[in-house]
Design a protein around this ligand. Sequence first.
Ligand code: GRF
Length: 194
Amino acid sequence: MKSFNIAAYISGSGSNLRAVIDSSLSGYISSQVRLVIANKEVSGLDHPKELGIETAVVSRELMTRKEFLDVQIRLLEKHGIDLIVLAGFLKKLPPEIVDKYKGRILNIHPALLPKFGGKGMHGMAVHGAVVAAGEKYSGPTVHFVDNKYDHGEILIQRKIELTEGETAETLQKKVLEVEHIIYPEAIKLLEERE
Ligand code: GRF
């Protein structure tokens, strides 16, 4: 059984990050979040900071492409990172990182991929599209990351039923609750595979 040194990438409130940290604190997973990277100062950085986990803001707008890549590689190597978890990260990782960590990068998406994925499909846009399409089911997907948005092999997917009068807002809430369960499950699955 493997215990990973996790780097989480976030762009928002980091509720999935919190779920992963909690599952590690409770002992459900043996891996630990060692590093949190965000593309800007976001509220999701507060919790890891309070716990003494190293955080960094790495923005392509503030540096050259080389610096942007080098800073990330340096941080990932410093913490011996062997699993990257994208938790609401809205940017694409540099292809060099995707290649270097092939099979070691997970993403969570709030719909049943391959449906409702791809560029621009995030947050409310996803749930709005699901409701507008009259889908009977939705639910989150954890998948490996490759160089295309929302594309790599699926690790876990959990279906939930849309109920009468469902809106994008109510659906988002329901799906997010399930995300917090399946992201730790996906990491546990990987730990057990090793
Ligand atoms: C989640 O819905 C996740 O599926 C998507 O971005 C959202 C992140 O939410 N990739 P949070 O920041 O973890 O609360």
